[in-house]
Ligand binder design. Structure first.
Ligand SMILES: [Cu+2]
Length: 500
């Protein structure tokens, strides 16, 4: 920083000196006569051009050397994706040719300004036309340009070639740009992203996912991009409002996010985040503390993370469109996958926006079955009789009647399965109510409800000798009847394991 300030200070001083010399020259001109002064000025300006040329070119080379380890493509920043090397070599070849042209044209520019500065009695040669010169400066760039363009096309086909291939063994994820954040979507266990419709976008459903499409139910929206190393990834890129750009600089992945038209990029990460950090660690630039003011802070290599950035100036919050990218081993990835919960289950299920509100999903049936089996295991292991009671949380009846609701059958089938698994088990099914209404009516209702369960079980082939059913009415509350919450708990159906 301080070096920069000194350089800027020097430049300002040089400009002041040049201006002052100019003023002195003007005054001198008045004294000595115009022409002589003009010639002197020409000579001096010519020399300044030469000095500038040297300083400028030396600075260009020096800065390229000095900052090379910060630049993508060099040293620690070799591409972290399978295709990245192709783009890097394309970039380097282009830089080689443009670099040569850059140096030659700048030397010519300043050298000519010096060599042909105005002198007394010297008149410039007039060259109206030169075929040889025209041919050379047309043909040489044309050949070089053709070479670069063809190389570019080959690289493009290599990188983008399998984007549209279906049936390829890749994993698809989705990124949606929005002012000013990225929405990420993963397909979940089914491996398929569900359908979207922009007309379905609401505050709760930011991507307009169609919840009647089964494929949407397990899709999840993580905060970071986490990907397994060595796996081919296809990113489906969309935008909700204006143009954005999906840019993963370390992977040489860059693609416009266009509203109304998905674009795709296929790439394979080949270095985990940890491997990349170990590469950086070898370079002194990355051994510096992350916080320059705090020498005890973690070194830069240790806090490095791949990132997703928006590379399209999309508005005033453009800078905040950033996400972390973590590349991990297959095992770490699977562990991370297990922690992710589907967006539908965490945010939509049971809400007003859920068209499947009154339907039971396979995933829920499975979860309930697991909960039930755990409760049975616990009851089997218990010593005391009152610990051998299992509450049937999902057995429900139509209001004021003993008619089982349709959804009750899943829980009842769990009982059937348990009784079939333990052939010596006998149980008592019990119905309970809260204290609202007449005692006798409650007793009658609870008894009928217990019998309804009994009838269902015998209808499924369970021997009558293994079952009893009894209504207890309001006599055995498990919570207070003074609150609605307590009363809801007291209205219940349960069964007790008598022998096992
Ligand atoms: Cu953007």
């Amino acid at each position: 920083m301080s070096t920069g300030l000194i350089i800027i200070g020097c430049l300002i001083l040089i400009v002041i000196v040049v201006v002052q010399i100019g003023k002195v020259t003007e005054l001198a001109a008045k004294i000595r006569g115009e022409e002589e002064v003009q010639l002197e000025s020409n000579r001096r300006n010519g020399l300044l051009m030469l000095v500038f040329m040297v300083v400028f070119l030396v600075y260009c080379v020096w800065s390229a050397m000095h900052y090379k380890n910060w630049m993508l493509g060099y040293g620690p920043h070799e591409a972290a994706s399978a295709h990245g090397g192709v783009l890097d070599s394309l970039f380097n070849v282009t830089l080689f040719f443009t670099g040569i042209v850059f140096i030659i044209t700048h030397i010519a520019l300043f050298w000519f300004a010096y060599k042909y500065h105005g002198r007394k009695g010297v008149i410039s040669t007039f060259i109206p036309h030169d075929n040889k010169l025209e041919i050379i400066w047309t043909a040489v760039p044309a050949v070089v340009m053709c070479f670069l363009v063809i190389r570019g096309l080959v690289a493009w086909n290599e990188v983008m070639g399998d984007v549209s291939d279906s049936g390829e063994d890749y994993m698809e994820i989705e990124a949606t740009g929005s002012q000013f954040l990225w929405y990420l979507r993963y397909p979940g266990p089914d491996g398929k992203l569900g359908a979207r419709d922009y007309k379905m976008i609401t505050g709760k459903n930011p991507l307009g996912q169609d919840w009647t499409d089964d494929k949407n139910l397990d899709d999840f929206q993580p905060n970071d991009i986490v990907l397994p190393v060595g796996k081919k990834i296809r990113v489906r890129i969309t935008a909700r409002d204006v143009l954005h750009n999906f840019f993963l600089p370390h992977f040489r992945v860059k693609m416009d996010a266009v509203p109304g038209m998905p674009t795709y990029f296929v790439f394979t990460p080949i270095k985990t985040t940890e491997e990349y950090r170990q590469e950086l660690r070898k370079y002194p630039e990355y051994q510096q503390p992350t916080d320059p003011k705090d020498p005890t802070s973690e070194p830069l290599w240790k806090t490095f993370n791949y990132e997703l950035a928006c590379a399209e100036l999309c508005g005033k919050g453009h800078f905040s469109m950033r996400k972390l990218v973590r590349i991990v081993s297959e095992d770490e990835y699977n562990a991370w996958l297990k922690e992710q919960q589907s967006y539908y289950m965490s945010s939509i299920r049971g809400s007003d926006e859920d068209p499947r509100k009154d339907e039971l999903l396979g995933i829920e049936i499975e979860q309930r079955k697991q909960d039930f089996n755990l409760a049975v295991e616990k009851a089997l292991a218990a010593e005391k009789a009152d610990e051998k009671i299992i509450r049937l949380n999902y057995v429900t009846f139509e209001t004021g009647s003993a008619n089982l609701t349709a959804l009750s059958k899943y829980e009842l089938d769990n009982i059937v399965a348990t009784l079939n698994k333990f052939p010596n088990m006998t149980i008592e099914v019990a119905g309970h109510t809260d204290n609202e209404g007449e005692d006798a009516a409650n007793l009658f209702l609870s008894d009928n409800r217990a019998k309804a369960v009994y009838n269902y079980l015998t209808g499924k082939g369970i021997l009558q000798s293994r079952l009893t059913a009894k209504g207890y009415g309001e006599n055995r509350p498990i919570d207070t009847n003074d609150t609605e919450e307590g009363r809801a708990k007291n209205r219940r159906t349960e069964f007790q394991i008598l022998t096992q």
